[in-house]
Design a binder for this molecule. Structure first.
Ligand SMILES: [Zn+2]
Length: 462
C-alpha cells in the first residue's frame, strides 16, 4: 500500500499557496521522509516549498514552471535521502491527471530519478478545491502506482482511501456502531491500523474496545507475562493462564481472534526499545500509549513526530497508603499531534527520568542475560474500574478525532483530565508547540532509527 501523511499545518500551507483565490493553477514541492514496512510505502511531508507564482505561467487548467526551482531541493533530497513530492491544484475540481500532467510528470520524475539515483519512490499529487488529494508514486523504473491513502494529522484525523479491494466487514456485528457514527466512520475504522503499547490495565480494555469498534489491524506491544496479580484487570485472562505464565500479547492476540471479527493482529513480546517494534508501530495510523514509564512515553513522542502519527496517551495516578486510605485519584488522556505540545513539554516526564530508566533497563537486561532472576515489576495500586474508565475516555477521544461530535472543536482539547476524588472530568488546552519534537516532524526512518544509537546496534553487527 502507498501512503502519504501530512500534518494539518503543512496541509493548510499547501492549500493557501495552491488556492490563492484567483482560480488559476499553482504548484509546489514537498520534501518527504519515508518509511517502508512489509510492502507498505509511506511518504511523510517534512517541508513544503511553494513555487513562486511569478516563475510560473498559470491558467485555469494549465501550469508551466521553470524546474530550475528544484535544483537546491534535489541537493537537499540527495544529502538527506528524501523523496520529492510535486503537488499542484485543479481549481476546476477535475479529479484525474490530465494528459499534460502525465507528460510533465514523466519528464520531471525521470530526471529526478536519474539525478538522485534513488531506489525509492517520488510522487506527484493533485489538490482539489475541497482540500482532498489524489496522487501517484513514480518508482525507480518509472513504474507508476496510485497513492492508496492520504492522512492529514492534526487536531482532527482525516484519511482518504483509494483502493479497489474493499475489506470485508462483518456488517451485522457493527450495525449498532453504524447507527451511531454512520457507514463512513465504521468503514474508516476497518481500514485503520492501531498500535497499543502496553497490554495491561489500560491497554487491555482499549484492545477490547478497538476490536469491537471494528478496527482493522492491531499492533500489540508488551514484554511482560501474565501473573495472578494481573487477573484483577486484564480482559479475557484467567487463573490457569496466569499459572502457565503466558505472555500478555499472546493472551490478548488469542482473545481478539476468539472474538472472531476478523481483526488482524501483529504482536510483539518486547518493550518499545526494539528496532522491529519501532518499524511496526511506525506503520500504524494511531498509537495508544498504555505504559507508565518515561522512556516509553519519550519513544512514543519521538514516533509521533518522526512518523506523523497521532498519539493518545493514558495515565492513571493512584495515591493510596495501602491501608485503604486514598489521598488522590487522577486520570488523564493526552492527545499529541505533530507540531503541537508533546508529553514531555506537558510535564508528563523529563529527559533525566528517561536517562535513569534507560540505565535501570540495561542493568535488568544484563541480569536477564546472566540468568539471574528478573525483578518483578514494581507493584502499584491498580483497579479495573478506574483503568476502564480512562481507557473509554481514550477510545472516545479517537472517535472524536476521526468523527468530530463534540460542541468544542478538537483544536480546543489537548487533554481530558479526571479527578475521581471530586467526581469531575474536564478538557484542557495545552497549545504551545514543543520545540524539541517540532524539528523532528516527518523525518521518517533515518539511520539510526529515531536518532537513537541503540537502534543501530543490529545493523552494525551485520
Ligand atoms: Zn493538472
Amino acid at each position: 500500500m502507498n501512503r502519504i501523511r501530512i500534518t494539518e499545518k503543512h496541509h493548510a500551507d499547501i492549500y493557501s499557496h495552491l488556492f490563492p483565490g484567483d482560480g488559476m493553477e499553482a504548484v509546489g514541492i514537498a520534501l518527504c521522509g519515508k518509511h517502508f514496512y512489509k510492502g507498505n510505502q509511506t511518504l511523510l511531508v517534512q517541508d513544503f516549498y511553494p513555487v513562486p507564482y511569478d516563475v510560473c505561467e498559470r491558467t485555469e487548467d494549465y501550469i508551466r514552471w521553470s524546474t530550475d526551482f528544484i535544483n537546491p531541493l534535489l541537493e537537499k533530497a540527495q544529502k538527506e535521502n528524501l523523496s520529492l513530492l510535486k503537488i499542484h491544484c485543479h481549481p476546476s475540481g477535475y479529479d484525474r491527471f490530465s494528459d499534460l500532467d502525465s507528460e510533465s510528470d514523466y519528464a520531471l520524475f525521470s530526471s529526478v530519478h536519474s539525478w538522485l539515483q534513488s531506489n525509492y519512490p517520488h510522487s506527484s499529487c493533485v489538490m482539489l478545491p475541497d482540500g482532498k488529494l489524489f496522487g501517484r508514486f513514480f518508482h525507480e523504473n518509472m513504474e507508476e502506482e496510485i497513492v492508496h491513502q492520504f492522512s492529514i494529522i492534526g487536531s482532527d484525523i482525516k484519511s482518504w482511501h483509494y483502493s479497489d479491494n474493499e475489506l470485508s466487514v462483518k456488517s451485522e456485528a457493527f450495525k449498532r456502531n453504524e447507527q451511531a457514527f454512520g457507514k463512513k466512520t465504521v468503514k474508516l475504522l476497518s481500514k485503520m491500523k492501531i498500535a497499543v503499547v502496553g497490554c495491561s490495565g489500560t491497554g487491555s480494555p482499549s484492545i477490547e474496545q478497538l476490536t469491537r469498534l471494528g478496527v482493522g489491524t492491531l499492533v500489540l506491544v508488551d514484554n511482560d507475562y501474565l501473573d495472578t496479580v494481573n487477573l484483577n484487570r486484564i480482559l479475557g485472562s484467567n487463573y490457569t493462564q496466569a499459572l502457565s505464565k503466558i505472555s500478555k500479547v499472546d493472551l490478548l492476540e488469542a482473545h481478539v481472534r476468539e472474538i472472531g471479527l476478523d481483526t488482524k493482529v501483529e504482536s510483539f513480546r518486547s518493550n518499545l526499545v526494539n528496532e522491529d517494534v519501532i518499524r511496526a508501530v511506525a506503520d500504524c495510523d494511531v498509537i495508544f500509549g498504555c505504559v507508565d514509564s518515561a522512556e516509553g512515553r519519550h519513544i512514543m513522542d519521538l514516533l509521533s513526530a518522526y512518523y506523523i502519527i497521532p498519539l493518545i496517551d493514558i495515565g492513571v495516578k493512584f495515591d493510596a497508603d495501602g491501608q485503604g486510605g486514598i489521598n488522590g485519584l487522577f486520570g488523564s488522556v493526552h492527545y499529541v499531534k505533530p507540531f503541537g505540545s508533546s508529553l514531555m513539554s506537558r510535564g508528563q516526564y523529563n529527559l533525566e527520568q528517561v536517562a535513569s530508566e534507560e540505565i535501570k533497563r540495561r542493568n535488568k537486561e544484563e541480569f536477564a542475560r546472566n540468568q539471574y532472576l528478573v525483578e518483578a515489576g514494581e507493584s502499584s495500586p491498580a483497579v479495573i474500574s478506574i483503568n476502564m474508565q480512562m481507557s473509554s475516555i481514550a477510545v472516545n477521544e479517537l472517535l472524536a478525532r476521526i468523527h468530530p461530535y463534540r460542541t468544542l472543536s478538537n483544536a480546543e482539547i489537548d487533554v481530558i483530565r479526571s479527578n475521581f476524588s471530586e467526581a469531575i472530568t474536564f478538557p484542557d488546552e495545552l497549545p504551545e508547540s514543543c520545540p524539541y519534537f517540532s524539528k523532528r516532524v516527518g523525518k521518517g526512518s533515518v539511520y539510526p532509527l529515531l536518532n537513537r544509537l541503540e537502534f543501530s546496534i543490529n545493523e552494525k553487527v551485520v
